[in-house]
Design a protein around this ligand. Sequence first.
Ligand SMILES: *Cc1c(COP(=O)(O)O)cnc(C)c1O
Length: 426
Amino acid sequence: MTHEALTKLRSATPQLWTNPHRKPPPSNDSDGAPPPPAGMQAACDRFARFAPLLAQLFPELTASQGRIESALLPVPEMQRALGIPAHQGRLWVKADHSLPVAGSIKARGGFHEVLEEAERLAIENDLLQPDHDYRTLTTPVAHALFARHQIAVGSTGNLGMAIGVLAAALGFRAVVHMSTEAKDWKKERLRQRGVEVVEHAGDYELAVARGRQLAQSDPLCHFVDDERSLSLFMGYSAAALHLRAQLQVQGVTVDAQHPLLVYLPCGVGGAPGGIAWGLHQLFGEHVHCFFAEPVQSPCFLVQMLSSHGSNPSIYDFGLTNQTEADGLAVPRASEMAADVMRPLLAGVFTVEDQTLFDNLAMLLATQGMRIEPSAAAGFSGPCHLLGTALANSRANHVVWTTGGLLVPDAQYERFLQRAAKQRNGA
Ligand SMILES: *Cc1c(COP(=O)(O)O)cnc(C)c1O
């Protein structure tokens, strides 16, 4: 089993690996909805406290009154196009590709950490009591306080976008450390919003390490650590509460007869890990979370296949980390996320870039949804499970589309051209 998985991993062959160490918490079906863990509820409450302020800072949040959430959408045309028969479950999209302001799943974790830091500083400096109207944080006094502090992050793009844009809007000095390989339009957009972009030669991992190092020498700098941050993790986990409410509204049951299968694109593992952990707190063993990774960057799979306590890189397995899914181009997993997921994760599947572009184009053609390559990774998941006991007529498959809103038209056009070229066998 492990041997076969390693062989496929080294040869960059797409595969589904199922987790032999899985031991999710039992669900307490009889007691109705279990209360969420404190950290997850706290993140939810924090988003609610800040909503009026966020609505004031970002006009695109007026309609939602400052709430940053995404829709849960049935995608029957996409289901048909993928060849998933109705008797093997129903296909949904959790549409984080349309999350406002940040344009990706990073709005969940990234915004949460910036808000937590802003709240902490404001309370410490007597600018805020917990029951205050948080719009007081737009006053010149608050702005001046934040301007003395720096929020820094290392990012392939989307995390930097979320952290940078919100931190700058609150008045912080926002610094994003990026690898030179990161997309130019992302760097450009950040600079336009007043964010300092520092470019580092090498990959994502090096950019994070350099950023962490520089931040450590500055006591007024808060570094958002994508590989180790609990605040990010809890921010992501809050999505589980919202999804549970959405499933209820849609009349979707989750229990032993009605499994919930969730497919999450994975980079370091923080975002999918936080969400999967949250879902397991709410649904116990009845939710089955699968992570999706590019065949050239399967860092989480490598981590799951390695002995506990080691933290290998995909380069050790002869892989390149070259993929158009820039949100997933990560050579080494977060050990924190891996430790949390080891007993929970249902499996990991790997995807070729070609399939990402096919599914990206198919989702536009069938449902009119516009996503980025990273966000297309989840769609191969249900196909791997066809014919298994999990894919039954009462199953619900939720593919998490993690980004896309901010992709410039010209760039998106190139994604479509790439998909078309493949179809024509060029
Ligand atoms: C960051 C990101 C992910 C994965 O999140 P990790 O925390 O790195 O695992 C997935 N999709 C998109 C679009 C992202 O930006």
